[in-house]
Design a protein around this ligand. Sequence first.
Ligand code: SF4
Ligand code: SF4
Length: 68
Amino acid sequence: MAKVTVDISRCKGCGLCVSVCPKKILGIDSKTHTEKGYYPAVCIGPENCIGCAQCYAMCPDYAITVEK
Ligand code: SF4
Ligand code: SF4
């Protein structure tokens, strides 16, 4: 099964990964602040990740890792 990880120390909460995920399993966690004061991306349905890596390709801050 594929696994997506967000390094929230790099994430600035831009939402690009959220918009591109075909499985709609990424969201913005409005209950968490990063050290830089952003709301980070979070995976809300890890069991449905297909490992397409579109989120990884879209992230401008290299905050996402996808393992297959
Ligand atoms: S690898 Fe694909 S399915 Fe998995 S979180 Fe990223 S965009 Fe979504
Ligand atoms: S695209 Fe990258 S920086 Fe933007 S919300 Fe997603 S993980 Fe964070």
